[in-house]
Design a protein around this ligand. Structure first.
Ligand code: MD3
Ligand code: FE
Length: 200
Protein backbone atom coordinates (compact mmCIF):
# COMPACT_ATOMS: atom_id res chain seq x y z
CA UNK A 1 0.00 0.00 0.00
CA UNK A 2 1.28 3.49 -0.79
CA UNK A 3 0.90 6.53 1.39
CA UNK A 4 0.62 10.27 0.90
CA UNK A 5 2.51 12.32 3.54
CA UNK A 6 0.69 15.35 4.96
CA UNK A 7 2.55 17.21 7.74
CA UNK A 8 4.35 13.98 8.57
CA UNK A 9 1.12 11.97 8.83
CA UNK A 10 0.81 9.04 6.40
CA UNK A 11 -2.50 8.82 4.55
CA UNK A 12 -3.37 5.40 3.08
CA UNK A 13 -6.34 6.05 0.81
CA UNK A 14 -8.65 3.07 0.42
CA UNK A 15 -6.55 0.91 2.75
CA UNK A 16 -9.60 -1.26 3.58
CA UNK A 17 -11.52 -2.62 0.59
CA UNK A 18 -15.30 -2.80 0.70
CA UNK A 19 -15.35 -6.37 2.06
CA UNK A 20 -12.95 -5.44 4.88
CA UNK A 21 -15.01 -2.34 5.68
CA UNK A 22 -18.17 -4.47 5.95
CA UNK A 23 -16.36 -6.97 8.18
CA UNK A 24 -15.12 -4.13 10.38
CA UNK A 25 -18.64 -2.65 10.69
CA UNK A 26 -19.84 -6.05 11.93
CA UNK A 27 -16.96 -6.18 14.42
CA UNK A 28 -17.87 -2.69 15.68
CA UNK A 29 -21.51 -3.75 16.06
CA UNK A 30 -20.24 -6.46 18.44
CA UNK A 31 -18.10 -3.92 20.34
CA UNK A 32 -21.07 -1.56 20.71
CA UNK A 33 -23.33 -4.45 21.82
CA UNK A 34 -20.86 -5.26 24.63
CA UNK A 35 -19.89 -1.67 25.49
CA UNK A 36 -22.63 0.77 24.38
CA UNK A 37 -21.87 4.14 22.83
CA UNK A 38 -22.05 6.88 25.46
CA UNK A 39 -22.26 10.67 25.24
CA UNK A 40 -19.10 12.15 26.77
CA UNK A 41 -19.25 15.54 28.51
CA UNK A 42 -16.52 17.98 29.48
CA UNK A 43 -15.56 18.72 33.08
CA UNK A 44 -18.03 21.63 32.84
CA UNK A 45 -20.81 19.32 31.69
CA UNK A 46 -20.83 20.42 28.05
CA UNK A 47 -21.63 17.50 25.74
CA UNK A 48 -19.18 16.56 22.99
CA UNK A 49 -21.03 16.06 19.71
CA UNK A 50 -19.52 12.62 19.06
CA UNK A 51 -20.62 9.46 20.84
CA UNK A 52 -17.88 7.06 21.95
CA UNK A 53 -16.91 3.67 23.18
CA UNK A 54 -13.64 1.70 23.19
CA UNK A 55 -12.12 -1.74 22.74
CA UNK A 56 -8.89 -3.10 24.15
CA UNK A 57 -7.23 -3.03 27.57
CA UNK A 58 -8.43 0.50 28.32
CA UNK A 59 -10.78 3.13 26.94
CA UNK A 60 -10.91 6.91 26.79
CA UNK A 61 -13.66 8.59 28.81
CA UNK A 62 -14.64 12.18 29.54
CA UNK A 63 -17.08 13.18 32.29
CA UNK A 64 -17.50 15.71 35.12
CA UNK A 65 -14.31 14.34 36.68
CA UNK A 66 -12.27 15.12 33.55
CA UNK A 67 -10.87 13.02 30.73
CA UNK A 68 -8.61 10.00 31.08
CA UNK A 69 -8.10 6.36 30.14
CA UNK A 70 -10.06 3.86 32.22
CA UNK A 71 -10.01 0.03 32.40
CA UNK A 72 -13.85 -0.02 32.38
CA UNK A 73 -16.78 1.45 30.48
CA UNK A 74 -18.79 4.11 32.41
CA UNK A 75 -21.47 1.42 32.97
CA UNK A 76 -18.89 -0.79 34.72
CA UNK A 77 -18.10 -3.51 32.18
CA UNK A 78 -14.58 -4.20 30.92
CA UNK A 79 -13.95 -3.03 27.33
CA UNK A 80 -14.35 -5.77 24.69
CA UNK A 81 -11.25 -7.14 22.95
CA UNK A 82 -9.67 -5.39 20.01
CA UNK A 83 -11.51 -6.36 16.79
CA UNK A 84 -9.40 -8.63 14.53
CA UNK A 85 -9.54 -6.27 11.54
CA UNK A 86 -8.23 -3.44 13.73
CA UNK A 87 -5.42 -5.62 15.10
CA UNK A 88 -4.43 -6.62 11.54
CA UNK A 89 -4.39 -3.00 10.31
CA UNK A 90 -2.21 -2.01 13.29
CA UNK A 91 0.24 -4.84 12.51
CA UNK A 92 0.36 -3.90 8.84
CA UNK A 93 0.87 -0.15 9.26
CA UNK A 94 2.09 0.88 12.72
CA UNK A 95 5.63 -0.53 12.81
CA UNK A 96 5.11 -0.85 16.57
CA UNK A 97 6.16 -4.18 18.16
CA UNK A 98 3.13 -4.51 20.48
CA UNK A 99 -0.64 -4.24 20.04
CA UNK A 100 -2.40 -0.97 20.92
CA UNK A 101 -3.86 -0.60 24.41
CA UNK A 102 -6.95 1.27 23.24
CA UNK A 103 -9.12 1.40 20.16
CA UNK A 104 -11.37 4.43 20.60
CA UNK A 105 -14.60 4.31 18.56
CA UNK A 106 -15.98 7.75 17.65
CA UNK A 107 -19.48 7.90 16.11
CA UNK A 108 -20.34 11.12 14.21
CA UNK A 109 -23.89 11.85 13.20
CA UNK A 110 -24.02 14.24 10.22
CA UNK A 111 -23.97 17.34 12.46
CA UNK A 112 -21.15 16.22 14.75
CA UNK A 113 -17.64 17.68 14.75
CA UNK A 114 -14.47 17.63 16.81
CA UNK A 115 -12.63 20.87 17.54
CA UNK A 116 -8.88 21.27 17.04
CA UNK A 117 -6.96 19.54 19.84
CA UNK A 118 -3.84 17.53 20.61
CA UNK A 119 -3.81 13.93 21.86
CA UNK A 120 -1.57 14.06 24.94
CA UNK A 121 -3.13 11.62 27.39
CA UNK A 122 -0.72 8.84 26.42
CA UNK A 123 2.59 8.17 28.20
CA UNK A 124 4.87 7.64 25.16
CA UNK A 125 4.55 9.99 22.17
CA UNK A 126 7.07 7.91 20.22
CA UNK A 127 4.28 5.35 19.69
CA UNK A 128 2.16 6.12 16.61
CA UNK A 129 -1.64 6.54 16.49
CA UNK A 130 -3.60 4.78 13.75
CA UNK A 131 -6.97 6.06 12.53
CA UNK A 132 -9.46 4.08 10.40
CA UNK A 133 -12.49 5.77 8.83
CA UNK A 134 -15.83 4.19 7.89
CA UNK A 135 -18.98 5.65 6.34
CA UNK A 136 -19.43 9.24 5.28
CA UNK A 137 -16.33 11.32 4.56
CA UNK A 138 -14.98 13.49 7.40
CA UNK A 139 -13.26 16.79 6.65
CA UNK A 140 -10.11 16.41 8.77
CA UNK A 141 -7.78 19.35 9.52
CA UNK A 142 -4.19 18.95 10.68
CA UNK A 143 -1.83 21.75 11.74
CA UNK A 144 1.41 22.14 13.65
CA UNK A 145 2.37 21.13 17.19
CA UNK A 146 2.14 24.82 18.16
CA UNK A 147 -1.32 26.37 18.58
CA UNK A 148 -2.69 28.60 15.87
CA UNK A 149 -1.32 28.76 12.35
CA UNK A 150 -2.57 27.15 9.21
CA UNK A 151 -4.04 23.71 8.86
CA UNK A 152 -4.12 21.31 5.93
CA UNK A 153 -7.28 19.50 4.87
CA UNK A 154 -7.58 15.76 4.37
CA UNK A 155 -10.93 14.30 3.37
CA UNK A 156 -11.03 11.00 5.25
CA UNK A 157 -13.23 8.64 3.24
CA UNK A 158 -14.54 5.18 4.12
CA UNK A 159 -11.66 2.70 4.18
CA UNK A 160 -8.93 5.30 4.59
CA UNK A 161 -6.18 4.81 7.19
CA UNK A 162 -4.10 7.61 8.68
CA UNK A 163 -0.90 6.93 10.64
CA UNK A 164 0.17 9.71 13.01
CA UNK A 165 3.84 9.18 13.55
CA UNK A 166 6.98 11.20 14.25
CA UNK A 167 6.40 14.97 14.19
CA UNK A 168 2.69 14.59 13.34
CA UNK A 169 2.01 12.74 16.60
CA UNK A 170 1.52 15.99 18.56
CA UNK A 171 -0.09 17.97 15.73
CA UNK A 172 -3.28 19.92 16.38
CA UNK A 173 -6.12 18.20 14.54
CA UNK A 174 -9.89 17.95 14.35
CA UNK A 175 -12.93 17.10 12.26
CA UNK A 176 -14.57 20.22 10.81
CA UNK A 177 -17.65 18.48 9.42
CA UNK A 178 -19.11 15.32 7.95
CA UNK A 179 -20.17 15.12 4.31
CA UNK A 180 -23.46 13.16 4.44
CA UNK A 181 -24.34 10.97 1.48
CA UNK A 182 -20.73 10.26 0.49
CA UNK A 183 -20.81 6.55 1.45
CA UNK A 184 -23.25 3.65 1.20
CA UNK A 185 -21.47 1.54 3.85
CA UNK A 186 -23.66 2.38 6.84
CA UNK A 187 -27.45 2.03 7.05
CA UNK A 188 -27.84 5.71 8.02
CA UNK A 189 -25.82 8.88 7.37
CA UNK A 190 -22.84 9.28 9.67
CA UNK A 191 -19.22 8.38 10.20
CA UNK A 192 -17.27 6.02 12.42
CA UNK A 193 -13.63 6.70 13.29
CA UNK A 194 -11.43 4.22 15.09
CA UNK A 195 -8.18 5.37 16.67
CA UNK A 196 -5.65 2.90 18.03
CA UNK A 197 -3.30 4.16 20.69
CA UNK A 198 -0.52 2.88 22.91
CA UNK A 199 -1.50 4.34 26.28
CA UNK A 200 1.33 3.00 28.47
C1 MD3 B 1 -3.26 13.52 14.83
N1 MD3 B 1 -10.32 11.69 16.19
O1 MD3 B 1 -10.18 10.66 18.66
S1 MD3 B 1 -8.73 10.73 13.56
C2 MD3 B 1 -9.45 11.65 18.41
O2 MD3 B 1 -11.82 11.41 13.07
C3 MD3 B 1 -9.53 12.26 17.07
O3 MD3 B 1 -12.50 10.94 15.06
C4 MD3 B 1 -10.58 12.25 14.89
O4 MD3 B 1 -8.91 13.24 16.85
C5 MD3 B 1 -11.70 11.47 14.29
O5 MD3 B 1 -8.64 12.12 19.21
C6 MD3 B 1 -9.39 12.29 14.02
C7 MD3 B 1 -7.12 11.16 13.06
C8 MD3 B 1 -6.19 11.44 14.20
C9 MD3 B 1 -6.23 10.70 15.34
C10 MD3 B 1 -5.30 10.88 16.33
C11 MD3 B 1 -4.29 11.83 16.17
C12 MD3 B 1 -5.23 12.40 14.04
C13 MD3 B 1 -4.28 12.60 15.01
C14 MD3 B 1 -3.29 12.00 17.13
C15 MD3 B 1 -2.29 12.91 16.92
C16 MD3 B 1 -2.28 13.68 15.78
FE1 FE C 1 -7.41 13.50 18.43
Amino acid sequence: VSAIAVRGALWFRGFLDRAAQERLVDEIRAVVAAAPLFAPVTRRGQPLSVRMTSAGRCGWVSDRKGYRYEPRHPDGMPWPPLPPTVAAAWEALSGWPAPPDCCLVNWYDPGARMGLHQDRDEADFSAPVLSLSLGDTGVFRIGAEARGGRTDRIDLASGDALLLTGPSRLAHHGIARILPGTSTLLPAPGRINLTCRVVG
